[in-house]
Design a protein around this ligand. Structure first.
Ligand code: GLP
Length: 250
């Protein structure tokens, strides 16, 4: 197993700054960086910081390519609850990344299997992902890799766990039944192929699953535990998200 680089910050804002700095460094280091992007409330804060940097003239996205982890099946890019829309809203509309290089799986593709294969091929054609940003769901998912997800799984259609539909219902009038039951997601194997992983979690609500993912068995029932198999992983936590993890290892 590889040593994990775990950074614990005093506040959520510092965790977001730390993650934004890593992405900024990646964009400045390479003329053609390929970023793997994530969605969720945590990530909104990181995108806000990147947009600020861009608006200050300090960050140029013109050479950047991106691939998002996932999308709900059945939601059009124009649907306010789609991850396409989320990305436009929080990042793409505010920075100078060429639109044809900002990729999100198409949840309304006529043939979803073909779409998944196309997405994998597009990642490959771009030379693979340099830095993959990850959040963690209450089920331990990365992307939408609900338990159990094979560690060699690729981009595919998944059924969302009831826990996840509840967790993500805020965008759907707090009604879990309105959260689409299926999604397209990069697989755990797709994620592990990225050259570097950066997982960010803040808040007490993530403490138990963070501890499970970092200290529990490496198991397909907690897909985030797979990141411990990667040789270049950084985990950024605030003290609240790290609270259970610290107790166990002290
Ligand atoms: C969704 C995304 C995940 C993300 C999770 C965490 O389920 N598909 O990729 O990790 O949300 O969301 P939040 O940051 O809102 O806790």
């Amino acid at each position: 197993m590889h040593p994990m680089n775990v950074i614990v910050t005093d506040s959520p804002e510092q965790a977001f700054l730390c993650a934004a700095d890593m992405i900024t460094d990646e964009i400045r280091r390479s003329s053609t960086p390929v970023l793997g992007l994530a969605t969720g409330r945590t990530m909104e804060n990181i995108y806000r910081l990147l947009v600020q940097q861009h608006e200050a003239g300090a960050l140029d996205f013109s050479g950047t390519t991106s691939f998002n982890l996932d999308e709900y099946v059945g939601l059009a890019p124009t649907d306010p609850n789609s991850y396409h829309h989320y990305m436009q809203d929080h990042l793409f509309a505010h920075v100078n990344m060429p639109a044809n290089r900002a990729h999100v799986p198409n949840g309304i593709a006529p043939d979803l299997e073909v779409e998944c294969a196309r997405y994998e091929a597009a990642i490959h054609a771009a030379g693979g992902i340099d830095l993959q940003l990850l959040g963690i769901g209450e089920t331990g998912h990365i992307g939408f890799n609900e338990p159990p997800s094979a560690f060699d799984s690729r981009t595919r259609v998944v059924h969302l766990d009831e826990v996840t539909r509840r967790q993500n219902s805020g965008m759907f009038g707090n009604d879990p039944e309105r959260v689409p039951p299926r999604a397209l997601t990069m697989g755990v194997g797709t994620i592990l192929d990225a050259r570097r992983l950066v997982l960010v979690a803040v808040g007490e609500g993530k403490a138990a699953i963070v501890n499970e993912a970092l200290n529990g068995p490496i198991s397909e029932t907690v897909s985030a535990s797979a990141i411990r198999l990667h040789d270049n992983t950084t985990i950024i936590l605030d003290t609240a998200a790290a609270s259970d993890w610290k107790r166990r290892t002290r």
